[in-house]
Design a protein around this ligand. Structure first.
Ligand SMILES: CC(C)(COP(=O)(O)OP(=O)(O)OC[C@H]1O[C@@H](n2cnc3c(N)ncnc32)[C@H](O)[C@@H]1OP(=O)(O)O)[C@@H](O)C(=O)NCCC(=O)NCCS
Length: 436
């Protein structure tokens, strides 16, 4: 059997930029038919954002919209509303991520869509939960990160760069899309039992906060005892009242840090400054013994400053220094090889260039090459992040703006003449200059 899990599921995708499209991207790759609604002549903002060639769609758009169909449609015109209504009546999932209030203005709120099609599941992304004082704010990635305590706990804790720092990972955008995906899949399962669609509201804030759970754990602990043993500040420096930035600590009870290594080659130079490795000392006695043997630091086994996990927390600076000196004359790959053989948790710090060059990751899912055809040709993206024992996703090209208009409108029963009229009156094509 090789059946796409969402085969037969029809999605009306009223999303743009990253958060919503990352969710519908996954729905499409899992086999759903995804119809992306885009403003005529404009399209998703990412189509022409950060392009590598002003004539071609950007990688931003390409990486988020493969295997979808595009319908250019102005949902503000009477004909546009009619088309959208017909699509909603036959879809399983409607997803949107416009600014707060926009769908109400368009006349396609949850209540209205539910009345049109009670089986339809309605997924929505906004910046903040409805209870939040910020619920009406427009939101982009950094706004989600800074308001969910992700930024205050990320970055360096001393020196000139001691400031709230954004993660390079899209905690506010793609992460929100994946959270909504979970909600939508649960809602589908629920609908199988009840026959009734449901409203799934996902805020970027909640998605981000869900990944900051351990930072709230740290705040609760700090409130109780006034210090945090796993942080670099412990035991020498005074803690404030809030969880500090943690640099590169592991975050749990084990002792982890990044160590500088020798540059390893043309993709890992001193100039790029990614010649680092991450090494973890586990808390267990046996694990620590193995690590000491691998480093040649057997003296730590009998030294009371190091031979218990609690003692190591108190003397972490000396540990960082000694392991740092040990790593300094090896490359990150040499360190990884030596320590992994000894069972020590270790990983080389990998740059985007190194990542995309790693042939072992082109396994059909992790990194995938999609043939877009035309001048774009092949491009690389990140595939479905999990694997199925009975289903292999395939990865197709992205649609041109309105590239599926005829197919979709014909299937809805619109004649050629009606489609031409909609193109002329601004419903599916931009109005000619001077027309209102
Ligand atoms: C991303 C965001 C900040 C952009 O805000 P924006 O610049 O106002 O753009 P929007 O697309 O939301 O809305 C612009 C207008 O286009 C309209 N529009 C969008 N698609 C349309 C279509 N197919 N037909 C007709 N009108 C359309 C909207 O109705 C809106 O009209 P209005 O201003 O009269 O209400 C905002 O959409 C937002 O906060 N979204 C929720 C959080 C989110 O997902 N953020 C993006 C993270 S990647």
């Amino acid at each position: 059997m090789n059946t796409a899990p969402l085969q037969g599921i029809k999605v009306v995708d009223f999303t743009e930029v990253q958060s919503g499209p990352s969710c519908t991207q996954m729905l499409a790759w899992l086999g759903a038919e995804v119809i992306k609604i885009e403003r005529p002549g404009v399209g998703d903002a990412t189509r022409d954002e950060l392009q590598f060639n002003p004539e071609l769609p950007s990688y931003y758009f390409l990486q988020l919209n493969s295997d979808k169909k595009s319908l250019s449609l102005d949902a503000k015109t009477p004909d546009g509303k009619e088309v959208l209504t017909k699509l909603i009546k036959e879809c399983d999932i409607f997803v949107e991520n416009l600014h707060p209030g926009a769908m109400d203005k368009l006349g396609f709120s949850w209540e209205e869509v539910h009345a049109l099609n009670p089986r339809c599941i309605y997924g929505t992304i906004k910046g903040f939960p409805v209870s939040s004082q910020y619920k009406n704010l427009k939101a982009y990635e950094p706004i989600a990160q800074v308001t969910a305590a992700a930024a205050t706990t990320t970055g360096w804790f001393e020196g000139a760069y001691n400031m709230p720092t954004q993660s390079g990972a899209a905690l506010g955008d793609s992460n929100t899309g994946m959270h909504l995906l979970i909600g939508l899949l649960a809602a589908l399962q629920q609908r199988n039992k009840t026959g009734e669609g449901v409203y799934v509201y996902q805020s970027m804030h909640n998605a981000c906060l869900n990944l900051c759970r351990i930072k709230t754990r740290d705040q609760l602990t700090l409130d109780k005892i006034g210090y945090l043993t796993q942080y670099p500040q412990y035991p020498d420096e005074k803690f404030g009242k809030t969880v500090p930035r943690s640099g590169n600590i592991e975050g749990g009870g084990v002792l982890g840090w990044t160590y500088k290594c020798l540059p390893s080659g043309p993709m890992d130079t001193e100039e790029e400054a990614n010649n680092y490795v991450y090494v973890i000392l586990q808390r267990g006695e046996k694990d620590f013994e193995k690590a000491c043997q691998a480093f040649g630091f057997e003296d730590w086994l009998t030294n009371p400053n190091f031979n218990t996990a609690d003692a190591r927390d108190r003397h972490k600076k000396e540990i960082y220094e000694r392991i740092g000196a040990w790593c300094a004359n090896k490359t990150k790959f040499e360190v990884t090889e030596i320590l992994s053989k000894a069972g020590v948790p270790v990983g080389p710090v990998i740059s985007t260039q190194e990542l995309l060059a790693d042939k072992s990751l082109y396994d059909g899912n992790t990194l995938v090459n999609i043939n877009q055809g035309g001048e774009v040709g092949e491009f690389t993206t990140v595939g479905v992040p999990f694997t199925f024992s009975n289903f292999q996703p395939t990865y197709g090209p992205c649609p041109t703006l309105g590239g599926n208009n005829e197919e979709i409108l014909t299937a809805l029963g619109y004649s050629k003449e009606q489609q031409e009229a909609m193109a002329k009156n601004g419903t599916t094509q931009p109005l000619a200059d001077g027309q209102m």
